[in-house]
Design a protein around this ligand. Structure first.
Ligand SMILES: [Fe+2]
Ligand SMILES: [Fe+2]
Length: 319
């Protein structure tokens, strides 16, 4: 594709048109003109999101062979497959911005693009599958529902379907934890332990506090993001507190208090040093996750080759 650089006057007109479309809550579509920084910001966010979906398959896939019943196994397999599907929708959305999937995967494998730091924690017991569904998928929904109104059309539309599936993931996690919580003392303790370990990392999923978030302000102005990190984090806490109570489980934060004046739950300080360490690559499973991803990619090379050969042959036969 060749593009002709517009002169200064027409560039200003294109920019004005883009700003007006965003202001009017219209969708920006792949063939529309958009500022380079908007495109780059979307590629960064969508790629990170796609990578999180496929890396996120690992901690739960770890339990498929050890699911306690056929019903649980079928549910978990469906959930992990959904995450692969989310990865596909998102890589496709990124491709509409002119980047190749190979290029994105290469950046993931070489550590040049990130995925959500939550997936660098281990799944130690079966109850972790429940805690991930309830808290991690729950936090993902809180983040993603506003993205259904994102200014970039393909990303917004992908999010509609993703969110429907995430709601099922959240419900299955909640239902799993409820069964354990109402089970034997050992099962109840296992559920509580999982919630204790996943609670704080889930709050970190919303990203750094607003005053330290590098990309937030620009993304909000472009209506890629609709709410700030702290706003979404608060919304998530407010949703979880009564749900934890219904589950018969506690959240590991002695500072959780209902604030009548704010109309929200106050919560204790988040350990941002831990967040930064995990982000830097020093979480409990960073290395393992990337190694496994690279291996899966290499093991899948024959599938890609076969698909390419089939496409070439099929194309030839039809012309
Ligand atoms: Fe997902
Ligand atoms: Fe999910």
């Amino acid at each position: 594709m060749t593009t002709i650089a517009p002169d200064t006057a027409s560039l200003a007109a294109l920019e004005a048109g883009f700003e007006a479309a965003v202001a009017a809550d219209e969708r920006i579509e792949p063939r529309d003109w958009m500022p380079d920084a908007y495109r780059a910001s979307l590629v960064r966010q969508i790629a990170q999101h796609a990578h999180s979906e496929i890396i996120g398959m690992q901690p739960e896939a770890n339990w498929i062979t050890r699911a306690p019943s056929l019903r649980r196994k079928a549910i978990l397999m469906a959930k992990v497959q959904d995450e692969a599907g989310h990865g596909l929708y998102l890589y496709s959305a990124a491709e509409t911005l002119g980047v190749g999937r190979d290029e994105l995967l290469d950046k993931l494998h070489s550590g040049r693009q990130k995925y959500s730091s939550i997936f660098n924690y281990p799944t130690l017991t079966w109850a972790d599958v429940g805690a991930i569904g309830w808290l991690v998928d729950g936090a993902a929904i809180t983040n993603q529902v506003p993205l259904c109104r994102c200014s970039y059309g393909p990303y917004a539309r992908a999010m509609v379907r993703v969110c429907k599936e995430e709601s099922f993931h959240q419900r299955q996690g909640y239902e799993l934890l409820l069964a354990l919580s109402r089970g034997t003392d050992a099962q109840h303790a296992m559920a509580q332990d999982a919630v204790d370990r996943w609670w704080w990392p889930s709050l970190m999923m919303f990203g750094p506090p607003d005053d330290e978030s590098a990309h937030s302000a620009r993304s909000m102005a472009w209506k890629i993001k609709r709410h700030s990190n702290d706003e979404l984090r608060q919304r998530f806490v407010d949703i979880c507190v009564p749900q934890a109570e219904s589950l018969g489980l506690t959240l590991p934060d002695p500072d959780l208090t209902w604030n009548e004046r704010r109309g929200h739950w106050d919560f204790g300080p988040i350990d941002w040093d831990e967040f930064r360490e995990v982000l830097k690559g020093n979480g409990p499973c960073n290395e393992q996750r990337i190694d496994q991803r690279r291996r899966a990619h290499e093991d899948g090379a024959w599938v890609r080759d076969a698909a390419a050969a089939y496409a070439a042959k099929h194309g030839e036969g039809n012309r």
